[in-house]
Ligand binder design. Structure first.
Ligand code: NDP
Length: 421
């Protein structure tokens, strides 16, 4: 049992916090702290009105870009674990604050700079593009650099405890532990068969989502990165529970950590499904400059185009009641066991409306919020407490896999999957 501080109170946090509150035998006190405290208060009220938790809930306002403010809050609440469900921009300030206050850290997405034109950040980024061969604005180097600091402090930092990364990382560790002597190929397939009825909306934070999707794709092959143009590689796949969908190869953060942590892996690819309407809107918005992240002057004041776009688009948290259909996310592994080549597919199917009935959110927030709670639980209860900075595939997958079944994301293993060409 222990105290948990959750930072951020958006779509993912709302699910994670409800799951933490339901798991009050592990989290007996929860503080919800975010930039807009009214959202934290509203969630606290919902939890108290529903009377489903014995956990003590409190709220606070915090600016997670401000390390000193965070340290003050952490030091006064004294949690065992901080669960960062704000944006990837805040990862480093929150990690710094956890180190200074002596608290364990969990997040769901790797660090990304908010201001990509900052010259200091840019010089590190350009060096990495040259040396590593991929141009995504995010990578693990910033957070892996905290390894010794967390180790020396005797604290755990768990990186990427969402679905992808997160569950896909745990699926990889589980496949290696129970099904293979060596894994050679990993295809991560993220299918959202949900329909929210809008011509265009994003399922999670629009700024983060659109930056990811409009970037170059890339995959890992034979020890190096192969970069593609955005959406250059397309495949069709028939997903269990959803049906046939077009999917596109994207760069995704877990490729970087799996390439490092799965010995002998030869190729790792990540595919995500998109409908034609989404792609046409995105291309058009990109062409007119609405995905820009640098401020432009408009009628005497600076505005950032993608932030203005975010204000116009439906709030991802509001998609819950309208979204019908299912997600199917998982990994196809090919490798060898006892000298024979074999493939397996581990995946979860999640129904948008069932999620909405349970927690008032669509499946994208649900499939991220549940593993965020599980990661925090395993650090809190000690099963995954190990000084240092870890991606999920570095830890024993079994307790996490059991918890997925228990907390709403049951998985299946298909031992005769259709492979992706
Ligand atoms: P939202 O935009 O819905 O929520 C973000 C929350 O963080 C909001 O409550 C926001 O406050 C708060 N916040 C933002 N900046 C600050 C700040 N400076 N100080 C304090 N609070 C702040 O995002 P999502 O819930 O969709 O996503 C949350 C995280 O989950 C992101 O990092 C995202 O990348 C990650 N994610 C991971 C996935 C995975 O599978 N691994 C999948 C989907 C998302 P306010 O309410 O004021 O805006």
């Amino acid at each position: 049992m222990g105290k948990l501080l959750v930072i951020g109170c958006g779509g993912v946090a709302s699910v994670a916090i409800q799951k933490c509150a339901a798991n009050y035998e592990v989290f007996d006190e929860i503080m919800i702290a975010s930039r807009t405290v009214s959202k934290c208060d509203a969630l606290k009220k919902k939890l108290e009105d529903e009377k489903k938790t014995k956990a003590k809930i409190s709220t606070a306002r915090v600016d997670a870009d401000n390390t000193e403010e965070l340290i003050k809050l952490i030091s006064s609440f004294k949690p065992e674990v901080v669960l960062n469900l704000a944006l990837p921009y805040q990862d480093l300030t929150i990690m710094d604050a956890c180190l200074r206050a002596g608290v364990n850290y969990v997040d769901t997405a790797n660090y990304e700079a908010e201001n990509t034109s900052d010259p200091e950040w840019r010089s590190v980024y350009e060096k990495r593009c040259r040396e590593e061969g991929f141009t995504a604005y995010f990578d693990y180097s910033w957070q892996w650099a905290y390894q010794d600091k967390f180790k020396d402090a005797g604290l755990t930092a768990l990186l990427g405890s969402g679905f992808d990364p997160g569950v896909t990382s745990v699926f990889s560790a589980y496949a290696l532990k129970h099904y293979f002597d060596e894994i050679h190929y990993i295809d991560i397939l993220d299918c959202n068969g949900g329909d929210h009825g809008y011509p265009f909306a994003t399922n999670f934070n629009p700024e983060i989502n659109l930056r990811e999707v409009s970037a170059n794709g890339s995959y890992w092959e034979d020890g190096h990165w192969v970069e593609t143009k955005p959406m250059e590689i397309k495949r069709e796949y028939d997903f269990d529970g959803v049906g046939k969908k077009d999917m596109y190869l994207l760069h995704h953060e877990e490729i970087e950590s799996l390439a490092k942590n799965i010995p002998g892996v030869k190729r790792i690819r990540f595919f995500m499904t998109f409908g034609q309407s989404y792609l046409t809107h995105m291309k058009c918005l990109e062409n007119v400059g609405m995905l820009g992240t640098e401020p432009v002057m408009y009628e005497g004041r600076e505005i950032v185009p993608i932030q203005f776009l975010k204000a116009l688009l439906p709030d991802p948290a509001s998609l819950g009641p309208r979204t019908v259909g299912k997600t199917n996310i998982g990994c196809i592994f090919t490798g060898v066991k006892d000298g024979k080549e074999k493939s397996i597919y581990i995946y979860n199917i999640c129904d948008h409306q069932e999620c909405y009935k349970e927690v008032g959110s669509q499946a994208i927030s649900y499939t991220t919020g549940v593993p965020a709670m599980i990661g925090a639980m395993l650090v809190m209860n000690g099963e995954w407490r190990k000084p240092g900075v870890y991606n999920l595939e570095e830890l024993d997958p079994d307790p996490f896999m059991d918890a997925l079944n228990k907390w709403g994301l049951p998985w299946v293993v298909d031992e005769n999957p259709t492979l992706v060409e």
